[in-house]
Design a protein. Structure first.
Length: 111
């Protein structure tokens, strides 16, 4: 029970930071909604952890619900890191194209 309270306090902190970032226009609307839904879902899963345990047991998993949620969150994090890496590579390619174009334009201007 104490772990659930601590987790909910931490989630409350992250939600308050999320609203602060939205107020200061540090994040966009879509990003705000994504993270708000994420944190609300996380809080609901923590609040209803006993039901999650029952559901996980019904699916045939031998561990507790929190263990399955933890493993699932690690998988999601790896996926997000993978997507972030792809996005960064695309940005690097775009920057290379822009720098090349600027360089060629500067060279033509000098001639």
């Amino acid at each position: 029970m104490i772990q659930q309270i601590i987790a909910l306090v931490i989630i409350l902190f992250f939600v308050s930071r999320l609203f602060w970032q939205k107020k200061n226009k540090e994040i966009g609307g879509n990003e705000f909604i994504f993270w708000l839904v994420f944190w609300i879902l996380a809080a609901l899963l923590i609040i209803f952890l006993k039901q999650v345990d029952s559901f996980v047991a019904a699916l045939g998993f031998s561990g507790k619900g929190i263990d399955v949620l933890f493993y699932l969150s690690v998988v999601v994090l790896f996926y997000l890191v993978f997507k972030l890496g792809l996005k960064m590579e695309k940005i690097e390619k775009d920057i290379t194209k822009i720098v090349r174009k600027i360089s060629l334009n500067d060279k033509e201007d000098k001639n």
